[in-house]
Design a binder for this molecule. Structure first.
Ligand code: SF4
Length: 388
């Protein structure tokens, strides 16, 4: 496993659209969290699930696990809620069990309100070299509606602190297609984001997940449901604006300039194996997925008692793997490799006429219009009479 994900589940509050596995805490149990991840690594090292870090290894006796990491991603939740010394302790614990080269990409997800000059310097000293900043919007009304804990000004302050601390790889997350009643000016938000010159942007359309405050607001008529036309118009506007500013979309939701692609997320999209640690973290070995107990207290209880925190494992069927291959291929700008005969068969030729895909060598690559209908294209390609 060259790619490691650590799930840090704590958040100050739940955002209105979020259904992630989180633990809302006023006080983050930082020492307990770091201790739990250490214990999970220990369980892996001494046999429980060791085959996930060393394919082919049977559960075994004491021998350290030493894969060489290419990327490490601290995601959540809100990893920036961990005090900087706990982030340093976590990275030190990981270094004891995983070797990594100087070129390792270490990403920390941060919310703007947590990014102070001191915290940014401490993260940098601990080895973090990429920060993904959850901006979402610069509009105060939208931020309040989303239950975010920062204001628009704070995003710029955070960016300044990160640059001053030496971060030359910073990503901003934005959410588009919020309900029209909020009066959000998406073009203005894009202007404000681009003015900060992030190295990378992740743009996500608002979706309504079950059991979120947003789903309840919509159910009782207090908020409008997402609008497909607004979604398409804002997505295409973002493509145009970012392209004009020197960014290149390399995945349906992600754009970079100066080659600052997320190496960690690119590994997911290239179908590479990865290991996840922490509550709710997923792992993948190329043939099967497994995931940890989602609730922090359950996870903590299991690893403290020396039990495996794995909640479940799923071995992928051939059909699932084929669906993944098509979906992963079409979502990136590298495209989906197809045989020459497959490229000439419907529905690919029909999509070309519609302007939804282009052929580049032996790859079919989505255009922005194609990415807008990605799920439908994948469905068409993988149904029995599709091009595959
Ligand atoms: S900060 Fe992120 S993980 Fe936490 S509730 Fe908000 S969107 Fe979800």
């Amino acid at each position: 496993m060259r790619h490691l994900y650590i799930h840090i589940p704590f958040c100050a509050r739940r955002c209105s659209y979020c259904d992630f596995s989180i633990a809302v805490r006023k006080r983050v149990p930082a020492a307990e969290y770091v201790d739990s991840v250490r214990r999970e690594i220990h369980l892996l090292t001494f046999g429980v699930g060791a085959e996930w870090v060393d394919p082919g290894a049977a559960p075994r006796g004491p021998s350290p696990v030493h894969p060489s990491l290419d990327t490490l991603y601290l995601g959540g939740g809100t990893p920036s809620l961990l005090p900087p010394d706990a982030v340093a302790a976590l990275l030190a614990a990981l270094r004891e069990s995983f070797s990594w080269a100087d070129t390792v990409e270490i990403t920390l997800e941060a919310n703007p309100e947590d990014v102070t000059a001191d915290a940014a310097r401490a993260w940098r000293r601990a080895g973090v070299n990429r920060v993904s900043l959850g901006a979402q919007s610069f509009d105060e009304g939208v931020l309040r509606w989303m239950h975010r804990s920062h204001d628009g000004i704070r995003i710029g302050t955070a960016m300044t602190a990160l640059r001053a601390a030496g971060f030359d790889n910073v990503s901003l997350d934005l959410i588009f297609a919020v309900p029209a009643e909020l009066g959000r000016d998406w073009s203005r938000d894009l202007d404000q984001a681009l003015a900060l010159r992030p190295d990378h942007l992740s743009l996500y359309g608002l979706t309504v997940e079950q059991r979120t405050p947003l789903a309840r607001w919509i159910a009782r008529g207090a908020s409008a449901a997402p609008d497909d036309e607004r979604y398409a118009a804002e997505y295409l506007l973002a493509h145009e604006r970012l392209r004009n500013d020197g960014y290149r979309f390399y995945e349906v939701s992600n754009a970079a300039r100066g080659g600052h692609r997320s190496r960690h997320n690119s590994a997911y999209w290239a179908d590479r194996p990865y290991l996840g640690l922490g509550p709710a973290a997923h792992s993948y070995d190329g043939m099967a997925r497994r995931w940890n107990l989602p609730a922090w207290e359950q996870y903590r209880g299991a690893v403290t008692a020396g039990r495996s925190p794995i909640a479940s494992t799923e071995r992928l069927t051939d059909e699932q793997r084929e669906l993944e291959r098509v979906y992963l291929g079409l979502r990136t700008s590298d495209g989906l490799p197809l045989t020459a005969s497959a490229r000439l068969r419907p529905p690919v030729t029909a999509w070309q006429r519609q302007g939804w895909v282009e052929l580049r060598g032996d790859h079919v690559v989505c255009t922005p219009e194609g990415w807008l209908r990605l799920d439908g294209l994948v469905r068409d390609l993988t149904k029995p009479n599709g091009a595959m």
